[in-house]
Design a protein around this ligand. Structure first.
Ligand SMILES: [Zn+2]
Ligand SMILES: [Zn+2]
Length: 276
């Protein structure tokens, strides 16, 4: 067991994790200090604190409090640990209230801004939806259209977990998604992201959930590569310190196998490529 743990630590050395939640997020009670200690244990080079600010769930004053709290925590601990702390935010459903989203973007100097869609307009988070027998095609088409709108808006740096509904459809409900049905929309999404210079996140959380694969998986990454997409980031989406960096080494290996040669680190919202 100890040897295995040693091996895990070795492959985590020098990795970066651009998607991490703390107790400033509604669904995490983890202290940033604990993430920092874990990052040192793992030998991570950097990680980004990207607490949830969901414009459709939180009032603007709640959103401001989350962001100010998260930025202050990051600032307070920066320099106290060997790991580089990057400030960020996971902006959820920004197009449901673009003025709110823009105010959040102007609140501080972020290193990285993630853009996410967890639910369709007027509907609940896929986490709560019963997808056991629903008609998948209109749902997924609407989801990819929302992501295209998010990419067209273009005010985030990274688009996260673009197969979020699959976490439940393929994972929880064990229903297979017929990928070719959506290639037109997926191509449009990737082309828009490439044109806007946005990065695509490989979210490793799926590896520790029922779906058992990254979000997005190989099918999507292969297409992104074929269309000329090269800008990847990797994130564990950890909500507790024990998940920090989790699955990133496997996701990087998958990306390398598909031909990708670099990942992006963000500082002050500028991308810095690093070899994979
Ligand atoms: Zn998310
Ligand atoms: Zn997240």
């Amino acid at each position: 067991m100890e040897r295995l743990y040693g091996k895990v630590l070795k492959i985590m050395k020098n990795l970066i994790d651009l998607h991490v939640h703390t107790n400033r997020s509604f669904d995490s009670d983890e202290l940033l200090e604990r993430h920092c200690k874990r990052a040192e244990e793992l030998g991570l080079a950097a990680f980004a604190i990207t607490d949830h600010c969901d414009v459709n769930y939180q009032s603007l004053s709640e959103g401001r409090a989350i962001v100010y709290g998260s930025l202050a925590d990051t600032e307070r601990l920066r320099g106290n640990y060997k790991v580089e702390l990057l400030s960020g935010v996971e902006l959820g459903e920004p197009l449901e209230d673009p003025a709110y989203a823009e105010e959040i973007l102007g609140l501080g100097q972020y290193d990285v801004v993630l853009g996410s869609v967890h639910n369709l307009p007027g509907m609940e988070d896929f986490y709560f939806m019963d997808c056991s027998s629903c008609d998948l095609q209109p749902l997924l088409e609407a989801y990819f259209i929302e992501l295209i709108r998010l990419a067209e808006w273009g005010k985030c740096d990274v688009i996260t977990h673009i197969t979020y509904p699959l976490r439940y459809i393929e994972g929880k409900y064990r229903r297979q998604v017929d990928f070719p049905l959506y290639t037109g929309l997926i191509d449009q999404l990737f082309k828009t992201m490439i044109a806007k210079g946005l990065a695509l996140e490989v979210n490793a959380s799926g590896l520790r959930q029922e779906i058992g694969k990254p979000l997005p998986d190989e099918r999507f990454l292969t297409r992104y590569y074929q269309l000329g997409g090269r800008k990847l980031t990797f994130g564990s989406d950890a909500h507790r310190a024990s998940d920090l960096g989790s699955g990133i080494a496997q996701c990087r290996e998958m990306a390398r196998d598909l031909g990708f040669t670099e990942e992006q680190l963000f500082r002050k919202r500028k991308a810095f490529p690093r070899p994979l």
